[in-house]
Design a protein around this ligand. Structure first.
Ligand SMILES: Cc1cc2nc3c(=O)[nH]c(=O)nc-3n(C[C@H](O)[C@H](O)[C@H](O)COP(=O)(O)OP(=O)(O)OC[C@H]3O[C@@H](n4cnc5c(N)ncnc54)[C@H](O)[C@@H]3O)c2cc1C
Length: 416
């Protein structure tokens, strides 16, 4: 069977797209092989019956992400900006943690009203400033420390360890930082490596949080439109990869130039054992929207990580809808999680009516033991690895992994 021309990229999610963009920029003509019938992977958008876009898994764009800024023209993408902060339900009432008079990027510098002690607030500011002075690459390599002498390997130790080491009070972690980051990491124990927390915290404090008005699939289209020389094959599922060949539909397809693999499980060295999962539901509700594009948090609950009123964020027809994300622990039953979502929101005075739409994402974020370059070698015997599972569990991590794998490929083929 004939070999594919040019470098082959397996998987057309964010990582695969970044790999192809990087290869094209260096004059290559890559081949992109995607199992689904559209590109984008975890960046996917459904439509409610009235046409309102809803992402399959609520997610946002941290506009400070260096990798997004490489490829994305935010004006052309047409985004909605979130108000920095949150509405937090605590001790029977709602607290608004936001100061819209401040620069919208300064989430953590402005999130002060009422929650956390003065000491916590000073520690937030110290963290914002310390992270501002640290290069993103150094953070991802676990080099961010309280001082040089105690520079710990934060790429491997947990976020919970770091928050304690930084001296935040348990109340501040429990009432705000914990619930806020449980929604980002999709796990409540804050076991995600501290370097990932530090990186995300830095990004949130350095630029506004956005969401494409038409959903994440608009971002996919924006990236895909920039590909001019890539031969894209959708509906093409690869079964296995080694340095010399790809397995497709039970047949072997030789590789001319080796492959970049963005999908865990196709090569014995690139596996993700555990994933954080979530259930994302749009309910009908009669509760009043916040009136500002803020997310809501319910500290102390088991399931709901965050929610927002769609009228505040997505607009669309009909005001009475709430978009809720809950953790989905391994072995859970969907109907039980749904019941818990209703009762947790009910206790905060938000009634959930009919389910308008729902998506369960079993493989939402890879649960990595370490992030950054320590997570995975760039290549093993001619196969290059990318994807968030090979670097860090975020869109920036996926894009960066794709770019780095393509750069490693280019370096390895410089003599050709
Ligand atoms: C609910 C949720 C919320 C999130 N929130 C945020 C957020 O707010 N901020 C943030 O930065 N990140 C967020 N993320 C993470 C971000 O979406 C992902 O890190 C990123 O999209 C992963 O891209 P990827 O290319 O690594 O993987 P994927 O998107 O999974 O792409 C892999 C691609 O490979 C294809 N594929 C799979 N198997 C095969 C095969 N055998 N052969 C060929 N192709 C195959 C798949 O169809 C898919 O298109 C969130 C993710 C989820 C699910």
């Amino acid at each position: 069977m004939k070999a594919f021309k040019g470098p082959v990229v397996v998987g057309g999610g964010a990582a695969g797209l970044a790999a192809c963009l990087t290869l094209e920029a260096a004059g290559q003509r890559p081949t992109l092989l995607e199992a689904a019938d559209v590109l984008g992977g975890r960046l996917a958008t459904d439509r409610l019956p009235d046409g309102t876009p809803v992402d399959r898994g609520f997610q946002v764009l941290q506009s400070a992400y260096p990798e997004l800024n490489r490829w994305v023209d935010f004006d052309a993408l047409d985004c909605i900006a979130f108000v920095p902060g949150a509405r937090v339900h605590l001790n029977g009432r709602w607290h608004t943690l936001a100061d819209p008079r401040r620069a919208p990027g300064l989430l953590f510098a402005t999130v002060f009203s009422g929650i956390g002690s003065w000491s916590d607030r000073i520690k937030v500011l110290r963290l914002v400033h310390a992270l501002r002075r640290t290069r993103p690459d150094d953070i991802q390599q676990g080099r961010f420390g309280m001082d040089r002498a105690s520079a710990a390997l934060w790429s491997q130790r947990s976020t919970a360890d770091f928050l304690e080491a930084w001296g935040f009070s348990p109340a501040f972690v429990g009432d705000f930082l914990g619930p806020f980051f449980a929604g980002i990491f999709l796990e409540g124990a804050l076991e995600t490596p501290a370097a990932q927390f530090q990186y995300t915290f830095k990004m949130l404090s350095e630029g506004p949080v956005l969401k494409p008005r038409q959903g994440m699939s608009a971002l996919v289209a924006h990236l895909q439109d920039q590909l001019k020389q890539t031969d894209i094959h959708v509906g093409c599922r690869i079964d296995a990869v080694n340095g010399k060949a790809l397995q497709v539909d039970g047949t072997e397809r030789p590789l001319n130039d080796s492959a970049i693999v963005t999908v865990p499980g196709l090569h014995p060295e690139f596996v993700v054992d555990q994933w954080n999962a979530c259930l994302n539901v749009v309910f009908q509700t009669h509760a009043a929207p916040f009136g500002r594009s803020l997310i809501g948090l319910l500290p102390g609950v088991q399931s709901v990580t965050n929610f927002h009123f769609m009228a505040d964020v997505e607009g669309g027809i009909g005001e009475n809808r709430i978009n809720v994300t809950a953790l989905y622990p391994a072995g859970a039953k969907e109907e039980e999680v749904l019941l818990r979502m209703r009762s947790e929101l009910g206790a905060a005075g938000i009634d959930c009516g009919d389910v308008v739409w729902r998506a369960r994402i079993d493989q939402a974020l890879p649960r990595l033991k370490s992030v950054g370059p320590a997570a995975m070698p760039n290549d093993i015997e001619g196969v290059y690895f990318a994807g968030d599972g090979a670097f860090a569990p975020s869109l920036d991590g996926a894009l960066r992994a794709g770019r780095l794998a393509a750069e490693a490929w280019l370096k390895g083929h410089a003599h050709h």
